[in-house]
Design a protein around this ligand. Structure first.
Ligand code: ATP
Ligand code: MG
Length: 258
């Protein structure tokens, strides 16, 4: 599903103090495209995801998703926030079933779909485990299965693998790419890790420091299917990294100076 962000600004007012999080930001994301957002902390990346998900409203400008203006919670997106939001008293399987049950899917069908999804994310053996009995990577897999459960056309992912160790991160990136290549969902992926952004995305969008604007849009021409374990050692990858880093580095340094 496509996303059109048209001149969006977001102003927060808190205890009389104004913060301009985003300033007249425009961008287009095509159906089936995998786009990564990178930018310094506080530049409005999560705010923009919240607006695409319809949880927050722009102060000015508009956002269209799948040809419709977003106003109110957008049920056509699956939103994987940084905190996984799994309910500790429900097993992995019951957590994945929850969004389906809330949408009126019968219990037997919800269980069938949940088992299928847990198998997609390689977690079948742990279906009956509770979140506190799972590793960090497994919890992320459950959260991913949960957002895939109602088959949204668009996935919004806010630093989904940020807390994972380097190896596990690569494993999860690989699994996500396999799922994306099979389902061709639109993905908006926020990360602080530029190598991760390049390894996964069709296009990397660099934000300026707050107020967030688009500083650079770089199309990633690495061939697909990709190999997240090996691509980063290629010359093409490293040149791309350096080019994008030149745009990103000063924005991050400005933030440090504040
Ligand atoms: N609900 C809110 N009320 C007031 N200010 C907010 C709110 N949400 C975000 N902000 C402010 O908007 C700015 C952008 O925040 P946002 O969370 O979008 O940044 P970010 O780019 O996701 O940062 P990070 O990379 O650290 O996650 C920050 O200055 C933040 O304090
Ligand atoms: Mg954020």
């Amino acid at each position: 599903m496509s996303i059109v962000v048209e001149s969006v600004s977001k102003l927060f007012v808190r205890r009389g103090r104004e913060v301009v999080a985003l300033d007249e930001l425009s961008l287009n994301i095509e159906t089936g495209e995998f786009v990564a957002f990178v930018g310094p902390s506080g530049c409005g990346k999560s705010t923009l995801l919240n607006m695409i998900a319809g949880i927050l409203e722009p102060t000015s400008g508009s956002i269209e998703h799948d040809g419709r203006v977003v106003s109110g919670p957008n049920r056509a997106v699956g939103y994987m926030t940084q905190a996984d939001g799994l309910l500790p008293w429900r097993s992995a399987e019951d957590n994945v079933m929850l969004p389906l049950i809330l949408r009126g899917v019968g219990k037997a069908e919800a269980r069938r779909r949940s088992d299928e999804l847990l198998s997609t994310v390689n977690l079948s053996t742990f279906a009956r485990h509770f979140p506190n009995e799972l590793s960090g990577g497994m919890r992320k897999r459950v959260a991913l299965a949960q957002v895939l459960a109602y088959d949204p056309g668009t996935l919004l992912m806010d630093e989904p693998f940020g807390a994972l160790d380097a190896q596990l991160k690569l494993v999860m990136q690989n699994e996500l790419l396999e799922i994306w290549e099979r389902t061709k969902k639109t993905v908006v992926f926020v990360t602080h890790d530029l190598a991760e952004a390049i390894a996964l995305a069709d296009r990397v969008i660099v934000f300026t420091g707050r107020p967030g604007r688009v500083k650079l849009e770089e199309t990633i021409t690495l061939p697909r299917p990709r190999d997240v374990f090996k691509d980063r050692f290629t010359a093409g990858f490293q040149q791309t990294y350096e080019r994008i880093w030149q745009a990103l580095e000063p924005e991050i340094k400005k933030g440090e100076a504040l």
